[in-house]
Write a new protein. Structure first.
Length: 362
């Protein structure tokens, strides 16, 4: 197991990645809380709840269940969970544990940041994507209508516990989807992590998850280092949006039904890499190498029927756009990206159409 420290406004918290991560909670001052409540999904808790409680040493916890899926990231669900917390007599000295993937983590963090004006929470992520990305950094959010993560807060957890064993129960599609976020981190980090992912990409299967702690830890470290230097997304943290501007548009254009988030990020990386090549920023050989690793990481649902005009309309609505100007994260090489809001939309459209036709896989 590896431990990293995130320096947040007011305190530091540890991100623990690898076998035995749940046991770290035994050293956490749980006795200072009036109650510990676990926000999770029923099927997940049935499979892993007893093991989590045994390993973590949590005493007298109460589970709160939400339905699986993106629809649970809603204002209505915030109200539902808040009412259930109140019914279970949770007060300002209660602790909420978010035990689940990105939906549980984002929702749990948002509830914790707002319930009685803020209670402590712990992230116990159970998907690849959450373990290397969304559970780290304190960004919480819920969706409003079709707009993803429109309402949210910056509210850091007190602890992150990323145990790879829990990943063994994921289906292969969900498992591999998370590694597109690992790929994003590898592009940001440079050749060493990128090469390691190239070597292991074809062997990424859930039953081997327990042996991936080192790879997951190195990917998580990328996120830790960025958010420690830029907690509230002032500038540096924008680099973590690599591939996400297109990804969010693709998710919304397909009503969140065609792509898992990681798969949308995979397409986003392909498109923005081609865009960087068209701008003369990315060497064609580097773009081909990135595209090849995307293909090796996992298959992607097709883009057939996704209208370019719809994507172009959605891009300026991304919540990270300022006055309608998109801050693009453009790879210049593996290990270096550039942020620019001076990208002609005709090239954006060309990049999308070429990748849609299959050009991004060459």
């Amino acid at each position: 197991m590896q431990r990293f420290w995130v320096t947040s406004k007011g305190f530091k918290y540890s991100v623990n990645v690898g076998r035995g991560a749940w046991r770290v909670f035994r050293d956490f001052p749980q006795d200072c809380y009036s109650a510990i409540l676990v926000l999770t999904e029923a099927h997940l808790w049935e499979r892993w709840g007893k093991g989590f409680l045994r390993e973590s040493g949590i005493k007298n916890s109460q589970p709160l269940f939400i339905p699986s899926g993106e629809s649970s990231k809603s204002v209505r669900m915030v109200e539902t969970v808040g009412a259930e917390l109140l019914a279970k007599r949770a007060d300002r000295r209660s602790l909420l544990v978010a035990f689940g993937g990105g939906v549980v983590g984002d929702l749990g963090g948002f509830v914790a940041s707002t319930y009685m004006r803020g209670i402590d929470y712990v992230q116990a992520p159970t998907t690849v994507l959450a373990q290397v990305d969304s559970a780290i950094g304190g960004k919480t959010a819920v969706n409003v209508g079709a707009m993803k993560n429109l309402l949210g807060t910056f509210y850091p957890p007190r602890l992150v516990l990323a145990e790879p064993e829990v990943l063994t129960s994921l289906d292969e599609r969900s498992f591999r989807s998370g590694f597109f976020e690992v790929l994003k981190h590898a592009i940001l980090a440079g050749p060493r992590l990128f090469s390691e992912l190239e070597e292991r990409a074809s062997k990424l299967v859930p039953k081997q998850a327990q042996n991936l702690g080192g790879l997951l830890a190195r990917a998580a470290k990328v996120k830790v280092e960025v958010v420690s230097r830029d907690e509230r997304e002032a500038d540096l943290r924008r680099v973590l949006n690599l591939g996400h501007t297109f990804a969010h548009a693709l998710e919304e254009a397909s009503s969140y039904k065609r792509f898992l988030h990681g798969e949308a990020v995979g397409w986003g990386i392909l498109i923005v890499s081609r865009l960087a090549e068209l701008l003369g920023l990315l060497d064609p050989a580097e773009r081909v190498r990135i595209a090849r690793l995307v293909r090796q990481t996992g298959s992607l649902p097709g883009l057939r029927g996704v209208r370019a005009s719809r994507i172009l309309d959605l891009l300026p609505q991304d919540k990270k756009a300022v006055a309608g100007r998109i801050h693009w994260v453009l790879p210049e090489r593996i290990g270096k990206v550039r942020i620019s809001d001076q990208v002609p939309m005709n090239l954006v459209e060309t990049a999308f159409r070429e990748v849609q036709r299959g050009g991004g896989h060459d």
